[in-house]
Design a protein around this ligand. Structure first.
Ligand SMILES: *Cc1c(COP(=O)(O)O)cnc(C)c1O
Length: 375
């Protein structure tokens, strides 16, 4: 019996052919495919008054977001402690201080009442992350931004394709980032994107992702480069490459099928696991979202035994996440009370969720979890 991993990228002959073709074209760095990927992704999201810039990773998008809002040493960035390490490192990379905030027990996204209490004159921004299939309270985040004159960085690494109150994620935030790392809903192997509100911010990002070079993207998107340009600002080598964008272009065409497949699996999981008295399932009907991962909450003392039981059945499980304030690097960072975070962190378990997951694999997961709790 094959092992069922937590994540499994959907790579077919189409992606392999696109990658091969991209290598044959021979322009390996940033070029035409990157421009096309930005365009197709913008179209998919339905961006109207927003600009999208593709970069090398989600972490790079977050780091550039920090630079764009000019977060500096002394500035505070409020983030859920229940978040990806990339977010914490992006804050540290500009010398700012992460301030850990608790999450809402129902959505597992940042608790904005608690976040408001953490706002000080040094607060530069709040990171608002959508956890899996649950979206954060983005309207309330926008109100706080307005009231306190702070920025909102929407971490949408989990919510590509999802809609918030009928509006597609990416279309309404101050700054919105996506990740296309190997295990995300779609992959470019590694890649990310940042969506900004103004042409001016887009221009700055174009320079910052190219070690500060003022090379016009329009020239590079013809697989050409300008040999003379100015350098006006600090930058990093954070561009997306053609090979990666070519894979992303194929992945994007599959979003409707990926969404449907993931929704169906999550619905079946919820239906079965929702009946188990010791298990809590996500509060979602999965209709307006493209789920990135599927989690359950189990009593803390059952988590490791369940993981071992499933492992014996050839099923891998994951933990998203260990909270930020548990890590040596971050243990002394300021924070509010993190009771919900700590409780959830001891109970949360990610189950396998893949695009186009086979009926057989879905059944094996359902059977294994059910048998564990019936035993
Ligand atoms: C994956 C992820 C990131 C980082 O993206 P990378 O492309 O892996 O650098 C950031 N935030 C969240 C919530 C993520 O899941």
């Amino acid at each position: 019996m094959h092992e069922i991993p937590v994540f499994k990228p959907l790579i077919t002959e189409q992606e392999i052919n696109a990658a091969t073709e991209s290598l044959r074209i021979g322009w390996l760095g940033m070029g035409a495919a990157v421009g096309e990927f930005e365009q197709h992704l913008s179209d998919y999201l339905g961006l109207q008054d927003r600009h999208l810039v593709a970069v090398s990773t989600g972490h790079a998008a977050l780091h550039l977001a920090m630079m764009l809002i000019e977060a500096c040493p002394g500035d505070e960035i409020i983030t859920p402690s229940f978040n990806n390490i990339a977010d914490f490192q992006a804050i540290l990379a500009v010398g700012a201080t992460p301030v850990f905030c608790d999450i809402d027990e129902r959505t597992l996204c940042i608790d904005l009442v608690k976040a408001e209490a953490l706002i000080t004159p040094r607060t530069k921004a709040i990171i608002v992350m959508d956890y899996d299939c649950c979206l954060a309270d983005h309207d309330q985040a926008a109100r706080l931004a307005e009231q306190y004159g702070i920025r909102i960085i929407h971490d949408a690494a989990h919510s590509l394709g999802s809609a918030y109150k009928g509006r597609k994620v990416g279309t309404f935030s101050d700054l919105c980032m996506f990740s296309f790392d190997p295990v995300k809903t779609i992959t470019t192997i590694d890649g990310g994107a940042l969506v900004v509100r103004s042409e001016a911010e887009k221009q700055v990002l174009h320079e910052m992702r190219l070690i500060g070079m003022g090379q016009p993207a329009a020239v590079m998107y013809e697989n050409k480069r300008a040999w003379t340009y100015d350098v006006q600002r600090l930058g990093f080598r954070y561009h997306l490459a053609n090979l990666h964008a070519a894979i992303g272009l194929v992945q994007l065409t599959k979003m409707p099928a990926i969404t449907y497949s993931r929704q169906q699996t999550c619905k079946r999981y919820n239906e079965h696991f929702g009946r188990l008295p010791l298990v809590q399932v996500p509060h979602s009907d999965f209709n307006d979202v493209t789920p990135f991962l599927y989690y359950i909450r189990v009593p803390a003392e059952h988590r490791q035994p369940l993981r071992d039981y499933m492992k014996a059945d050839g099923i891998d499980t994951g933990i998203h996440w260990q909270p930020g304030h548990y890590f040596a690097l971050l243990k002394d960072m300021p924070r509010g009370k993190l009771e919900v975070t700590e409780q959830i962190a001891s109970e949360i378990l990610s189950l396998p969720l893949h695009s186009m997951m086979s009926e057989d694999d879905v059944l094996r997961v359902i059977t294994s979890v059910t048998r564990y709790f019936e035993a």
